[in-house]
Design a protein around this ligand. Structure first.
Ligand SMILES: [Zn+2]
Length: 224
């Protein structure tokens, strides 16, 4: 990517190589040959633990990808008079600008996938805050509302080419990101990450004739 100088992996053990030629680190089952990413300690297909590391190829067909956007850990929670320009810009960059740039960079691949199977899917991580803005999360909520709007516009632009987009709008999910509110909302009352992946599984199984523009995940009683 032009101007990119630092190569920072989101987590250890996921990506190898260089900024110019990154490689995903997967694994391959020596028993049945199934390749997985991220690298697994045992095979999801046959449960064998005889797996080896496998660097994945750098070319292929793009079927789907998920953009996960997180507000900076601190201090995103600011009142109207307290916003620091730097943190406003960071939230705009990560939550919104990144999505616009990803579509730009991947448009050709998405169109190719759409032409092939009419079911290319982009999952954009918005938030319940994008549907129901909360105090002191105003910038975060505004960026997430923008993600919902951008997703809707992408459906109008790209559906006819077999490319579908969906905005996920979850409330509090039990992850590190909601650590700040565990005293108020106990983790067992939060959404599970498996609730989100179940929705993704559903979307990967619907026909090309079905577009789901957004999914709102609420906790009981958490009506917008
Ligand atoms: Zn296997």
């Amino acid at each position: 990517m032009p101007g990119q100088t630092d190569f920072v992996a989101v987590a250890d053990g996921l990506i190898a190589g260089t900024a110019d030629a990154p490689e995903l680190i997967g694994s391959r089952c020596r028993n049945c040959g199934v390749v997985a990413f991220p690298r697994q300690a045992s095979c999801a297909a046959c449960t064998s633990r005889d797996v080896e590391e496998r660097r994945l190829g750098r070319r292929g067909t793009l079927w789907t990808w998920t953009i996960q956007c997180f507000a900076p850990k601190s201090p995103p929670y600011a009142g109207a008079a307290d916003h620091q320009t730097k943190f406003v810009d960071m939230q705009l960059d990560v939550n919104l600008r990144a999505i616009v740039l990803f579509y730009r960079e991947c448009a050709d691949m998405l169109r190719a996938a759409g032409a092939e199977h009419r079911n290319a899917l982009v999952v954009n991580m918005a938030s319940l805050a994008g549907k129901s803005p909360q105090p002191w999360l105003s910038v975060y909520a505004a960026t997430k509302a923008a993600v919902v709007a951008y997703t809707s516009a992408m459906n109008k632009e790209l559906n006819s080419e077999g490319v579908k987009s969906v905005a996920f709008c979850p409330g509090f999910v039990d992850t590190d990101m909601t650590e700040f509110i565990r005293d108020t909302v106990p983790p067992e009352e939060m959404l599970r990450t498996t609730d989100i992946t179940a929705a993704l599984r559903f979307l990967l199984h619907v026909s090309p004739a079905c577009v789901v523009p957004e999914i709102v995940f609420q906790r009981p009683g958490e009506a917008i």
